[in-house]
Design a protein around this ligand. Structure first.
Ligand SMILES: Nc1ncnc2c1ncn2[C@@H]1O[C@H](COP(=O)(O)OP(=O)(O)OP(=O)(O)O)[C@@H](O)[C@H]1O
Ligand SMILES: Cc1cn([C@H]2C[C@H](O)[C@@H](COP(=O)(O)O)O2)c(=O)[nH]c1=O
Length: 215
């Protein structure tokens, strides 16, 4: 049997809007808590009072792509320093609904923002006191075609500034996630999220067991 390591795990949930991330994140939190782990459930943009205020602007105020990218990273820096790093240092499991892969997918591939600049901002924001660039330990990429995701979301809520983008935008975002997954296959695991919920959850559990996140 595998045992969770004593230090913290940093696990991120990614995918286009409506893929199913927010459905599975609390389920994994519950499974981990049942095994005695302390779990921080959080999200981006957001996760601290300041970052939640930036989220409101990002989701609802019109702005140009540079402003959008800078605000995403500003929110991330606050979230990173005040919430994620302390939780990991305390040995907690951090489950984060979106992180920097989303910036590469949405701002980079979706909006066409310079990927090299995003690399630089990522290094500025996520480098620890020892000079190491910190990445998630595991990223679950919930992959669905944009038409499926749009159908799911249409049934449940009024679209925000991102969700109101056309299908072609989400095709580019999805391609962005695929590119990130090809570049980091050991970290980013693709989950076919078009299947019924119980099957998707079974794969989440199985990946987490295989990685030693779940015992
Ligand atoms: N595998 C699935 N099959 C059918 N419906 C699903 C599936 N996964 C999620 N849903 C439904 O789709 C809707 C969107 O799911 P959810 O909120 O988890 O997506 P999300 O990826 O977190 O989206 P967002 O990033 O926009 O918040 C919800 O109503 C959810 O119940
Ligand atoms: C972190 C991050 C997020 N976004 C976008 C993606 C989503 O449309 C919204 C967040 O809404 P959700 O319902 O919580 O998924 O923000 C982005 O464009 N870039 C990012 O880095």
């Amino acid at each position: 049997m595998t045992h969770p390591r004593p230090g913290g795990w940093f696990i991120t949930f990614e995918g286009i809007d409506g893929a199913g991330k927010s459905t599975h994140l609390p389920a994994l939190a519950q499974a981990l808590q049942a095994q005695g782990r302390v779990v921080l459930q959080t999200r981006e943009p957001g996760g601290t009072p300041l970052a939640e205020r930036l989220r409101e602007l990002l989701l609802h105020e019109p702005m140009d792509p540079l402003c959008e990218a800078l605000l995403m990273f500003a929110a991330r820096r606050d979230h990173w320093q005040r919430a994620i790093e302390p939780a990991l240092a305390a040995g907690q499991v951090v489950l984060c609904d979106r992180f920097t892969d989303a910036t590469f997918a949405y701002q980079g591939h979706g909006r066409g923002f310079d990927l090299g600049v995003l690399d630089t901002l990522e290094r500025w924001v996520q480098t620890d006191a020892q000079g190491r660039l910190r990445q998630p330990d595991l990223t679950l990429w919930f992959d669905v075609p944009p038409a499926v995701a749009a159908q799911r979301l249409a049934a449940v809520r009024t679209p925000d500034r991102f969700e109101a983008e056309p299908l072609a935008f989400f095709e580019r975002v999805r391609a962005g996630y695929a590119a990130r997954a090809s570049a980091a296959p050991e970290r980013i695991v693709r989950i076919d999220a078009t299947r019924p919920l119980p099957q998707v959850w079974a794969e989440v559990e199985s990946v987490c067991r295989a990685r030693g996140v779940l015992a």
